[in-house]
Design a protein around this ligand. Structure first.
Ligand code: C5P
Length: 225
């Protein structure tokens, strides 16, 4: 069984809160830069008041003290889960862990929008085996005490065995059958991702851009229940 996290990648707080209010038995939402930069802490407070868990996805990758400061601020806002980049390295990850308190941190491995070729180009390598790369980054992150890994559906089988029991696998790139991929490359349908070991599915546009978001949300929840 996997939890469904709705990525509220919309422009306004009204739209985000209106959508949250339409989705039946909503448990988790994700706030990214689009919404956070416009409405910041206020929208997090509004969402928390509705009893939903908040995933703040700002994917920090900075010097250790700056990341620790950001983690502390997120924790003070009541955020439940926040992201750092695993490629920020051991010291940055340790600094984040030392500031997290009861908040859970997820380490982003390789963005789901990367193809193997695009990632190789970005990292100056001839070719990259992405499942191995994701497992390497996940191993680095969990060794520092990070409790969740963000990976695409395509790496789940390889990465799951390197994770300690209880580590969350947070998986974007979810597309119900027939829904457009958009800029995502490494995708799967909700059932396949849950069966492959995802504990949390991140779903944005298939819900936010649907005419009937509540129907799509409910169908996905039922599929992975
Ligand atoms: O609209 P869609 O379902 O593609 O949204 C996926 C969400 O997951 C976006 O908010 C995106 O920022 C986030 N995400 C991702 N890939 C990662 C980490 C986060 O797509 N590796």
């Amino acid at each position: 069984m996997a939890e469904v996290i709705v990525a509220l990648d919309v422009d306004s707080a009204d739209e985000a809160l209106g959508l949250a209010d339409r989705l039946p038995d909503l448990r988790w939402v994700k706030v990214g830069p689009m919404l956070f930069l416009r409405h910041g802490p206020a929208v997090i407070g509004e969402l928390k008041n509705r009893g939903v868990s908040v995933f703040l996805d700002l994917k920090w990758h900075d010097i250790p003290s700056s990341v620790a400061g950001a983690v502390e601020a997120a924790r003070e806002l009541g955020v439940d889960l926040a992201t750092v980049h695993a490629s920020g390295g051991k010291e940055m990850l340790q600094a984040a862990v030392s500031a997290r308190g009861a908040m859970r941190l997820a380490a982003v491995s390789v963005l789901t929008s990367h193809t193997p070729e695009g990632y190789a180009q970005a990292t100056g390598r001839e070719s990259v085996d992405l499942p191995k790369e994701v497992s390497r980054l996940a191993g680095l992150a969990v060794a520092t005490g990070i409790g969740a890994i963000v990976a695409s559906p395509w790496e789940l089988a390889t990465v799951r065995p390197v994770l300690p029991n209880g580590t969350w696998l947070v998986v974007p790139g979810i597309r119900p059958p027939g829904v457009e991929l958009g800029d995502q490359h490494r995708t799967a349908d909700p059932r396949a991702a849950a069966e492959a070991g995802a504990t949390h599915l991140v779903v944005g546009r298939p819900i936010t851009q649907s005419d009937k978001p509540e129907v799509v949300y409910q169908q996905i929840c039922e599929t992975v229940a």
